[in-house]
Structures are given as structure tokens and as C-alpha cells.
Design a binder for this molecule. Structure first.
Ligand SMILES: NC(=O)c1ccc[n+]([C@@H]2O[C@H](COP(=O)([O-])OP(=O)(O)OC[C@H]3O[C@@H](n4cnc5c(N)ncnc54)[C@H](O)[C@@H]3O)[C@@H](O)[C@H]2O)c1
Length: 352
């Protein structure tokens, strides 16, 4: 828990607050006794069960692109976090228009609405480290906040996450919207529910990220799929650290600034699979697959220097401890996850 009282009695907003990261942030913020926590979410990639049952929470079901919802946002907002997105790369390749509607227009309309607020102290935007990382399969260097940004991207998701940053910069420079951009590395942990939300056209509606997919398959003693032999690497950050980082951005981030929220540790997908198989006692050997044809992202991890010195933020939970907590949560929530997976059975059966 942060040791200050800045969020106490404040009016807070999380757009996308039913989602994986958003709901973890909501739980952490509620520990600080806010006056009100408004959550706007259309449940496109999340389950309503993720919304904390708490008297301070006001859940608004719908899209943040809806003018009526925007108009009715509280007038006394102190802090806002914009975490809504069209999840994720593969879904956006399948349906770039849905990505535009839920990943680009969301940022534009929200920022345009919030610029008229007189009470806002900070707006934190969930940016994506993958959109700025160098594309390499050689030894990577830590991606810093001032890394050059390519004009060539592998998915509409990657493009729209960057557009959110660009709109954020515009609304900061032009309208003094107090925005802080938080660039996420690969987040994992409790409350990431496989299959949560609506069918988005590909099996990645269910198998939405590497860590929950590996844990689920491993608990079911299935082979873990290793694209390109698991040679790629990522910077895995536990979701409770991410929630603390998002709060630190709101408290200490310089308006207009950008900060990596990263562990700074590079882990290969093979190492991740090996750890999860070991922890769950899965005897089935991994399924070695060729590289994904759209994915050039290779190896990457984030630099933690700026967020350490400027935000006072450092990830605390190591991968082994974080995976252990996530395995325990997955075991405890097996029925809930199974229900979300099963709602896509009809479409999944037709794809196989
Ligand atoms: N999880 C990661 O590893 C990661 C990495 C990089 C960036 N991010 C960013 O962090 C944010 C949170 O990611 P997450 O993993 O929690 O994803 P998530 O899919 O669990 O959460 C996104 C939430 O946004 C909601 N949403 C989608 N469209 C909406 C709309 N039009 N109006 C209102 N709500 C809408 C979804 O229903 C969902 O609850 C996203 O912006 C994502 O791009 C996440």
C-alpha cells in the first residue's frame, strides 16, 4: 500500500476498470478510501465478476465512445486512468475497425471530454511498450522512454496504442490536459480471465496472453505451445506492481511525461514455460511451433531507470513468486474461468 493519503476522499475514474489490469487497480485504489470510483466498461474483453463489490464503486456499463456516457461523467473527477483497449494484437489484425472503435476513438473522445474538467489532477494513459520496442532476435538492450518509434507496425493494435500517446501529447500541449503516459511491459497475474468478454474473431479471444494460457494448459497437463521454440523474450511484471506503478504515475508523474512500468528483467518464453510446467507438475513436453508470421517483435525488456528515479517506482514481485500467486488464483477460480472459456465453444469448434 502507498503510504500517503492522496487518493482518500477523491473522485476517481477507471475506463476499462472491469479488465485485468483495471480491476486490480480498482482493488488497490479502494484500499485508499476514495469518495467515489467510477468504472466505465463495455465488457468487450472482461467479465462483470471482476468489478469490486464496494459502496464507492459506480459501474457504468457501456462504451466510453458513447456521448451520453461521456456527458454524464462526474464533474468533480480528481484522477482518471484510461485502460480500455481492443484486446489485443491478433484481434486487431482480424478486425481493424473494431480496434479503431475501441482503441483509438476511445482515447480521442475521452481526452476531448476530460479537457473540459477543471478538477482533474492527472490522467494516466495505458501505453504499450511493445509499440516502441526494437524488433530484434539478437541480444536486446533495455528499451528506454526516448527510444525511436518506427512508422511500420505489425498490428492495428500497436498503431492505435501509439495514436493514444499522440493524442495524449496533443491534448497536453494544446489544452493542458494533465496526462501521464505509462508504457506497460507484459503484465501477468490474478484477474486475467481467459475467454472473458465477447467473441473477437480468433482463438485469441480465449488464449489472450502467454502467461494465463500457459498456466491453464499446464494445470490441464497439456503441451505448452512454443512459437519459434520459445526463443522470444519479454519483460514480465506482476499486476500488483503494475497497479502500484499506475498509482505512482498519477501521484508523481510529470504532466506530459512518459514512464516505463517494467520489471527490467528479460525472460524467454521457454524459461516461462519451464517454470510454469515445473510449478504445476505438468509432465507433457512443450509443443515446438514455427514463428508467427505477423510477429517480428523477438526479444525485449524495458528500462526501469526513469520510473525508479522520477516516480520512485520499482517492481517488487519476482517472476517465481508472481507465477506462484497466479497459479493459486487460477486453481481457486477454475470454474469462473471455465465458464468464460466455454461461452466461445460454438465459434472455437468451427475454427478447428
Ligand atoms: N496486459 C498487458 O500485458 C498490457 C501490455 C501493454 C499495454 N496494455 C494496456 O493496458 C490496458 C489494460 O489491459 P488489460 O490487459 O487489462 O486488458 P483487458 O482487455 O483486460 O482490459 C481492457 C478493458 O477495456 C474494456 N473496453 C474495451 N473497449 C471499451 C470501450 N469502448 N469502452 C469502455 N471499455 C472498453 C474491456 O471490456 C476491458 O475490460 C490496455 O489499454 C492495454 O492496451 C496491457
Amino acid at each position: 500500500m502507498l503510504d500517503n493519503k492522496e487518493f482518500e476522499d477523491r473522485s476517481l475514474l477507471i475506463v476499462g476498470g472491469a479488465g485485468f489490469v483495471g480491476s486490480n487497480l480498482a482493488v488497490k485504489l479502494l484500499e485508499h478510501n476514495p469518495r467515489k470510483l467510477t468504472i466505465v466498461d463495455n465488457l468487450l474483453s472482461s467479465d462483470v465478476s471482476n468489478i469490486p463489490d464496494h459502496p464507492a464503486v459506480d459501474f457504468v456499463f457501456g462504451s466510453i465512445t458513447d456521448d451520453e456516457i461521456l456527458r454524464k461523467l462526474p464533474e468533480d473527477l480528481d484522477y482518471a486512468w484510461h485502460l480500455s483497449c481492443y484486446h489485443g494484437n491478433q484481434s486487431s489484425i482480424h478486425d481493424p475497425f473494431a480496434d479503431h472503435e475501441n482503441n483509438t476513438l476511445t482515447s480521442l473522445k475521452l481526452f476531448e471530454r476530460l479537457r473540459h474538467s477543471n478538477s482533474l489532477r492527472k490522467v494516466v494513459y495505458a501505453a504499450a511498450g511493445c509499440a516502441v520496442a526494437e524488433k530484434t532476435f539478437d541480444d536486446p538492450t533495455a528499451t528506454t522512454e526516448d527510444a525511436p518509434v518506427s512508422l511500420y507496425h505489425d498490428s492495428p493494435y500497436s498503431i492505435s496504442k501509439l495514436i493514444g500517446e499522440l493524442y495524449g501529447n496533443y491534448y497536453w500541449t494544446r489544452h493542458k490536459l494533465p496526462i501521464v503516459k505509462a508504457r506497460f511491459q507484459n503484465v501477468y497475474g490474478p484477474r486475467e480471465i481467459l475467454g472473458a468478454g465477447r467473441w473477437r474473431g480468433t482463438p485469441h479471444t480465449v488464449w489472450r496472453n502467454v502467461t494465463p494460457t500457459f498456466i491453464w494448459k499446464s494445470l490441464n497437463q497439456e503441451a505448452l505451445p512454443l512459437d519459434n521454440g520459445g526463443n522470444a523474450s519479454r519483460d514480465f511484471i506482476f499486476v500488483e506492481d503494475m497497479a502500484r506503478g499506475l498509482m505512482a504515475c498519477a501521484l508523481n508523474g510529470e504532466t506530459g511525461g512518459v514512464y516505463n512500468l517494467a520489471s527490467g528483467v528479460e525472460t524467454s518464453i521457454l524459461e516461462l514455460a519451464t517454470l510454469i510446467n515445473e510449478m504445476t507438475g505438468n509432465p507433457t513436453p512443450p509443443d515446438i511451433k514455427p514463428a508467427r508470421d505477423w510477429d517480428r517483435s523477438g526479444k525485449r525488456f524495458g528500462s526501469t531507470e526513469k520510473s525508479k528515479s522520477m516516480l520512485g517506482f520499482e517492481a517488487k514481485v519476482g517472476l517465481r513468486e508472481g507465477i506462484e500467486k497466479t497459479v493459486t488464483w487460477t486453481r481457486e477460480n477454475q470454474a469462473r474461468i471455465q465458464t468464460c472459456i466455454a461461452q466461445h465453444d460454438y465459434f472455437m469448434a468451427r475454427l478447428s
